[in-house]
Design a binder for this molecule. Structure first.
Ligand code: NAD
Length: 500
């Protein structure tokens, strides 16, 4: 095994020596797109070409779905004893762990996120999630319905069949694991479509799945663009379910595609505009630290980023100053492969431009920039934006309503608890939220009142495979993580037997 680099230069050398696998993984083998076409994957850290990716289309999707269907129908995975599924999935998790450095390099090449995060968060959360579901394999029971003694009524859960998993680029490995773990432990076959921006780390998982003993055809990975690859997967007549994570806009298309094809099930994990409510009695140092990390971690490209701060008017200015101080002191921005950096590049030029556009919109709307607001490190050729705070934001401004998906915090003052709750709930989203207070009565009231899938009290972004995660309202439905996530990849069957 190669020694882990310790400097930026050594990591960059490792990345440059890496030739990422960009071909599709279908029926247990890496294969080029049937058309032979590829596209360049641009590295956001410096704008260079990181590698070639198979430009898959409907014919590749069809081949992957056929492989998945055949594997499902002959039971090569579905019918394995639970203990065997568990052993294989645990081995899969173990192999991901063993390959941490190689996968982390690909994750950083894919997304531009700092290598330290890829090593410490993305890869470990990925294998921890697979491990969690592996361990669940032999702990799930069916039910016997209460009936008369002569009636044996089994309520069994059965896998759905072929799952299409369409995932975004912000946490490619973690979100893939959130789908693969429960879908596979339930006995399904999967066709995973990574985002066009982030194919490499996901594709690497194919060979590890095979080495672990997941039979050919059970896990297929088809890279490509949304319209060209994702759409035919979502429209496919032989896909039983689409597990989608991405924008609300594309999530709506998934429902349309399901209606236009075979009424496949759809689970949606979508965007957010999560509010952090800071009451006047809050521990401001603790709140400022968590808020800064919640919006600047991963360059703000986090679905549940705490992108709106609702600060009581009496402490707002002090809080803004503290958040800015945390950003400067604790979250140094640097090259994606700099091990000392905590913030790096946006995923791609388009995303950087979108965020800069929102910053211009915020200024035009009359909000005041209290920190940052500009592109930085342009000389690297990469797509870096500095940590940004907008102060004096009004709840109806676009920067307070729309998901920016970048390191841009909107600070909105409030005067009463009722007003804070109204503003917190006053967007189309409902993914996350928090309340900061020492008064547990307020904490209970406000956390109950926030319409969101997760509400943190005096903390933010605490996360584990053990807890369900997902949204209310237009942040989606269906939940990733926890044993509940397995249910959506299964269906109930009643078997009613009468004894003489
Ligand atoms: P996106 O919606 O643009 O793309 C997501 C995936 O859908 C990609 O694989 C893309 O190729 C594919 N896609 C795009 N158009 C498609 C189409 N017409 N048909 C089929 N597939 C299509 O989202 P993104 O920019 O990759 O990711 C950012 C979004 O994801 C943000 O809105 C973020 O909040 C959301 N997100 C949500 C969660 C959650 O758990 N709720 C987690 C992470 C990210």
């Amino acid at each position: 095994m190669l020694e882990r680099p310790t400097t930026k230069e050594a990591w960059i050398a490792r990345a440059r020596a890496t030739v990422p696998e960009g071909r599709a993984f279908i029926n247990g083998h890496y294969v080029p797109a049937l058309s032979g076409k590829t596209f360049d994957k641009i590295s956001s850290m410096d704008g260079s070409v990181a590698g070639q990716v198979a430009d898959c289309d409907a014919s590749d999707v069809d081949a992957a779905v056929k492989a998945a269907r055949t594997a499902f129908e002959d039971g090569r995975w579905r019918d394995k004893p639970a203990t065997e599924k568990k052993r294989i999935l645990l081995r899969f998790a173990e192999l991901i762990k063993e390959h941490t450095d190689a996968i982390a390099v690909l994750e950083t090449l894919d997304v531009g996120k700092v290598i330290g995060n890829s090593l410490a968060i993305d890869v470990p959360y990925c294998y921890a999630c697979i491990q969690y579901y592996a361990e669940l394999a032999d702990k799930m029971y069916d039910e016997i319905a209460p009936m008369s003694p002569n009636d044996l009524v089994q309520v069994r859960k059965e896998p759905l069949g072929v799952i299409g998993a369409i995932v975004p680029w912000n946490y490619p490995l973690i979100i893939a694991a959130w789908k693969l773990g429960p879908a596979l432990v339930a006995g399904n076959s999967v066709v995973l479509k990574p985002a066009e921006q982030s194919p490499f780390a996901s594709l690497y998982l194919g060979q590890l799945a095979k080495e672990a003993g997941i039979p050919d055809g059970v896990l297929n990975i088809v890279p490509g663009f949304g319209e060209k690859t994702g759409k035919p997967l979502a429209l496919h007549m032989d896909v039983d379910m689409i597990a989608f994570t991405g924008s609300t806009e594309v999530g709506k298309l998934m429902l349309k595609y399901a209606a236009e094809s075979n009424i496949k099930r759809v689970a949606l994990e979508l965007g957010g505009k999560s509010a952090q409510i800071v009451m006047p009695d809050a521990d401001l140092d603790k709140a400022a630290e968590a808020i800064a990390w919640s919006i600047y971690y991963n360059q703000g490209q986090t679905c549940h980023a705490g992108s709106r701060v609702l600060a009581h008017r009496s402490i707002k200015d002090a809080l803004v100053a503290k958040i800015a101080a945390v950003a400067k002191a604790q979250i140094p921005q640097g090259h994606s492969f700099d091990p000392s950096a905590q913030m790096a590049a946006m995923v791609e030029q388009k995303q950087m431009e979108r965020v800069l556009d929102y910053i211009a919109i915020g200024e035009k709307e009359g909000a005041k920039i209290a920190l940052g607001g500009k592109r930085v490190m342009e000389e690297t050729g990469g797509f870096y934006i500095e940590p940004t705070i907008f102060d004096n934001v009004k709840p109806d401004m676009r920067i307070a309503q729309e998901e920016i998906f970048g390191p841009v915090l909107a600070v909105i003052p409030f005067d009463t608890e009722e007003e804070a709750i109204r503003i917190a709930n006053g967007t189309v989203f409902g993914l996350g939220g928090s309340v900061w207070t020492k008064d547990m009565n307020i904490a209970h009231r406000v956390s109950n009142a926030i319409r969101a899938g997760t509400v943190w009290v005096n903390c933010y972004d605490k996360s584990s495979p053990v807890t369900p995660f997902g949204g209310f309202k237009q942040s989606g439905f269906g939940r990733d993580r926890s044993p509940h996530a397995v249910d959506k990849y299964m269906d109930f069957k009643t078997i009613w037997t009468v004894y003489e």
